[in-house]
Design a protein around this ligand. Structure first.
Ligand code: HEC
Ligand code: HEC
Ligand code: HEC
Ligand code: HEC
Length: 459
């Protein structure tokens, strides 16, 4: 069956390719565009000036407990400029180092899928090799071939500059979600270029670790949860509660798509890449991708007559959501430990199973709200509902746990020390100094010697 993917580069070009008279060059190095498009190139380069990022595990040590047993407990930062993407994924403790000394044959190592949204080179390889072959290869084997950070070819056909989705899984998922790229308005197509990466996804372990957007039933938190539950998908088993966990990843596109702004056709581009006039009087899109609050606040004035007033609305939402978020995080920490204590006191699997499912569900709803960067600006209503749902579910789980614990005479549960990231990591027996040392050795011997410079930007 033909789907939208076939037409995503424009049907004229497709025709030309089919008739053999057109030599497509679907991916180019960012640097090759500097001469033809000096303004966009210069602005794109400036995404490398936005180097600031926050250590979120240090700010909220409870995260270490919620993600115990997954790589997220090792390191988790807020996002920064697009040019840092390959270096950040190379350096994070989450990608550790290969388990054998040579990167190539280590099939058990991390999947190359982690590169999917970090570079147009991975989009090129996926196009050339097919999704399965790419995702079945190792992250470490692909590293030496990553030359470019997120750039022109990720969003544009280099021949025509038309917008496009460079990733087959994004084209497929949009078609699935009845938002086939070729049938969208220009504004929606532009938003979808961001939606290639700013979405939640998972690796299909039983299918070469392919990157899949879990949108079969829809893209709301509830529908994605239904998808995972029906597939009995478990991302990892929580070592304290033994709950079968899920992980949400930055669903910016999904949450935005249900916002008041999306309803009236206001997209990512209006706020993060607004039009500007250059010194020479040319009107262009801001390719620096605005992320600072002060700059984004200015973007509101394009449309809102009282920009300070709407800015205040979202700032108030931010405060309220952060408070709700912190409360859910505490409740979930308690729930994981109480479930562990109940099990150790002899609660049976039958007694605990519904509680563990509730913990899975609550943490999923919490994560879907919290992992969506900027959700307070994108869709505060949805975030409020998700955190409310998470709260109700975890409160129910804790009530059940309280009765299981009291039935077994347990009156005190040893909750962890959350005074710092190090304390929380110690509480889950994570030896971070050891992880850092072996990562350092790998960076020195392999990444610094054999991988292109883009993988070291900012380090
Ligand atoms: C993350 C996606 C993204 C990346 C990366 C990107 N662009 Fe764009 N670009 C856009 C969008 C969106 C527009 C607006 C298109 C529209 O509204 O039709 C645009 C517009 C343009 C235009 C039309 C003039 C203008 O500025 O509105 C040119 C030329 C262009 N980009 C070149 C480049 C070059 C060269 C690079 C790499 C140095 C690049 N782009 C990187 C998304 C991107
Ligand atoms: C190819 C994947 C990809 C595409 C396409 C993409 N992004 Fe990103 N974006 C990322 C990654 C990965 C990061 C985090 C980089 C890091 O922290 O190293 C990021 C970071 C960001 C940030 C934080 C920047 C900062 O300076 O703090 C914003 C804002 C953002 N993206 C918006 C957008 C918008 C808007 C679009 C569409 C025009 C877009 N992105 C397209 C992958 C992508
Ligand atoms: C109405 C304006 C608006 C629209 C539309 C919008 N954003 Fe945002 N975005 C913001 C604001 C404001 C923030 C908060 C910035 C902050 O907290 O520093 C933000 C934050 C982000 C961040 C996190 C930046 C960081 O450094 O933490 C990302 C990533 C992002 N947006 C991507 C997107 C994507 C992708 C879309 C479209 C699917 C989109 N945004 C639509 C205004 C907008
Ligand atoms: C491209 C135009 C555009 C931009 C840019 C834009 N908005 Fe809006 N915004 C709208 C429209 C149109 C509506 C819907 C109007 C309505 O329903 O009254 C809206 C609605 C809203 C609402 C909900 C209605 C309300 O008044 O409470 C808020 C809040 C809001 N915008 C905040 C922002 C913020 C904050 C920014 C900047 C980060 C921003 N908008 C940027 C066009 C825009």
């Amino acid at each position: 069956m033909l789907n939208g993917a076939y037409f995503s580069c424009g049907s004229l070009i497709t025709l030309l390719i089919l008739s053999g008279c057109y030599e497509p060059q679907p991916f180019v190095d960012n640097a090759s565009q500097a001469e033809s498009y000096p303004q966009q190139f210069q602005d794109w380069q400036a995404t490398g000036l936005n180097s600031q990022r926050d250590d979120l595990l240090a700010q909220r040590p409870a995260l270490v407990i919620l993600w115990a047993g997954s790589a997220y407990a090792k390191e988790f930062h807020s996002p920064r400029g697009h040019r840092f993407a390959p270096a950040d994924v190379s350096h994070t403790l989450r990608t550790a180092q290969p388990r054998s000394s040579t990167p190539e044959p280590d099939a058990a190592a991390l999947s190359a899928s982690c590169w999917t949204c970090k570079s147009p080179d991975s989009a090129r390889m996926i196009e050339q090799q097919g999704q399965s072959t790419f995702s079945a290869s190792s992250f470490y084997a692909v590293g030496p071939q990553i030359e470019n950070s997120i750039g022109c070819s990720d969003c544009h056909d280099p021949q025509t500059q038309a917008l496009r989705l460079a990733r087959p899984q994004a084209r497929d998922a949009m078609a699935y979600a009845q938002q086939t790229y070729s049938q969208q308005s220009r504004a929606m197509q532009a938003a979808q270029t961001c939606g290639q990466c700013h979405v939640t996804y998972y690796f299909q372990r039983d299918n070469h670790n392919k990157v899949v957007f879990p949108w079969m039933f829809g893209s709301t938190a509830a529908k994605i949860l239904k998808y995972y539950d029906e597939r009995r998908f478990v991302e990892w088993i929580h070592p304290i509660s033994h709950a079968p966990m899920l992980k949400a990843r930055h669903p910016e596109y999904e949450t935005w798509s249900r916002s008041q702004h999306a309803d009236v056709g206001v997209t990512c581009i209006d706020c993060h890449m607004p039009m500007k006039t250059t010194a020479s009087g040319e009107k262009v899109h801001e390719h620096r991708i605005l992320a600072e609050e002060t700059e984004l606040a200015e973007a509101c004035a394009q449309c809102h007559r009282e920009p300070q007033a709407v800015w205040r609305v979202i700032q108030l939402a931010k405060q309220e959501l952060e408070q709700a978020r912190d409360e859910v995080e505490s409740l979930l920490v308690y729930a994981h430990y109480e479930a562990g204590a109940a099990r150790e006191a002899g609660a049976t699997f039958e007694e605990l199973a519904p509680v563990l499912v509730a913990i899975r569900h609550s943490q999923w709803y919490w994560d879907f709200a919290v992992a969506s960067h900027g959700v307070y600006a994108h869709n505060p209503q949805e975030a409020r509902q998700l955190l409310n749902e998470a709260t109700q579910i975890v409160l129910g789980a804790r009530a059940e746990l309280a009765s299981l614990l009291s039935a077994r005479g347990v009156s005190a549960v040893p909750y962890p020390d959350l005074s710092s990231k190090a304390a929380a990591q110690a509480a889950i027996d994570l030896d971070v100094p050891k992880l850092i040392q072996s990562k350092k050795d790998y960076l020195l011997n392999e990444v610094d010697s054999n991988w292109p410079a883009v993988n070291r930007l900012g380090y």
